[in-house]
Write a protein that binds this ligand. Sequence first.
Ligand SMILES: NC(=O)C1=CN([C@@H]2O[C@H](COP(=O)(O)OP(=O)(O)OC[C@H]3O[C@@H](n4cnc5c(N)ncnc54)[C@H](O)[C@@H]3O)[C@@H](O)[C@H]2O)C=CC1
Ligand SMILES: N[C@@H](CC=O)C(=O)O
Ligand code: NA
Length: 427
Amino acid sequence: MTKPLRLGIAGLGTVGVGVVRMLRKNADLLKTRTGRPLVITAVSARSQKDRGVSLSDYAWEDDPVKLATRDDVDVFVELMGGADGPAKAATEAALKAGKDVVTANKAMLAEHGHTLANLAEDGGQVLRFEAAVAGGIPVIKALTEGLAGNEITRVMGVMNGSCNYILTRMQSAGLTYEEVFAEADGLGYLEADPQLDVGGIDAAHKLALLSSIAFGTQVKFDGVALEGIERVSIEDIRQAADMGYRIKLLGVAQMTARGLEQSMSPCLVPETSPLGQLEGGTNMVVLEGADVGQIVLRGAGAGEGPTASAVLSDIIDIARGLRLPTFGQPADSLKTVPAAQSTVPAPYYLRLDLLDKPGALAKVATALGDAGVSINRMRQYGHEDTTAPVLIVTHTTTREALDVALAGLPGTGVVTGDPVALRIEEV
Ligand SMILES: NC(=O)C1=CN([C@@H]2O[C@H](COP(=O)(O)OP(=O)(O)OC[C@H]3O[C@@H](n4cnc5c(N)ncnc54)[C@H](O)[C@@H]3O)[C@@H](O)[C@H]2O)C=CC1
Ligand SMILES: N[C@@H](CC=O)C(=O)O
Ligand code: NA
């Protein structure tokens, strides 16, 4: 029997505890599949509170950096979270000390992935992150291994379980945002800072990581055109449903002659499409390759079991001796490309609050028309004191033209507040 692979785990929250449980539960199976025992030697967390799993067999370290550099640790498993701070310090320390690293930390990789991948590869270490994108769905493996022979043309999907849970539960159970938010928290879906979820940032981190592998580019998180779900109201969800659509926080990335287009924003998708039917904390990633065509991956994107499953898949690769570069090709071969705004034309859903006075609708129609945005449907559907909400669906237009139209609305003198503008994706 080959010698054991010794693991040091920092972070014993939802994911860390899940990894400990799975390693214990599946110890025999893992040994058979990898040909060597996978053993935890040391752990670290903020406190030594009871986590419902016995940790007495493992050494305890208060300091994750110390854990990461222990002589009896071969693989440092980073499950603390946070783009900087102890997660980054301990990951760097581990790589410098010659340890391989497995992490679920998309925030850290979206900000520092290129530097960390270079650090790992310069020293002959591996840095793997299957759990960081779409939790239990093996999407990193799909891109770096299964589809490695293809030119990837587009990456798309719903990559934040909390947002999908919130949007679908609000609709199906008629619950308020606050009630559903508390449920998502109870299921272990939310980030320590939930603004990362509802602000779309977490999903944008994931999209940026997928883009890097798909298009051979350095991770460019600040190139993602980003919008969260905070402004999506139950009213928008109902209006979209009336028209046969669902609202999803949708990511799309593609490479064009103008640069890398990445967007993460709430969009309307047909309710009968695979994306439209995606319920709860489930994720869906759609990968398009020039030769393979379209691949659709669907599964749990968050939670203890699914995320731990992905962490284990990386540990297993290391135990088996599979040493792939972090982003599917050597880090020093990843290109830098400019970020570009999508020019793909699409119809848009607009909701505006309009002063309820004669000629108001005509003024809005003129402002949109002046920007070259043509109206397909328009309806005033309610009343609140002196204002009334108005729903507009445009004909196909570009984001650029729409932005000009939106900028012209305050000048009409009849629009109050900021309009909601959502792209309609006929996926
Ligand atoms: N919860 C989920 O479903 C998913 C989480 N992730 C990622 O996995 C990572 C962990 O997430 P969760 O387990 O949900 O977080 P959590 O908040 O439940 O647990 C974090 C753990 O890290 C420990 N920790 C934090 N700072 C520390 C420090 N300075 N020193 C030592 N320990 C420290 C905490 O004590 C806690 O045990 C994050 O990067 C997250 O983005 C990725 C996919 C899914
Ligand atoms: N907060 C994230 C957890 C997984 O990455 C989500 O809700 O998807
Ligand atoms: Na994954």
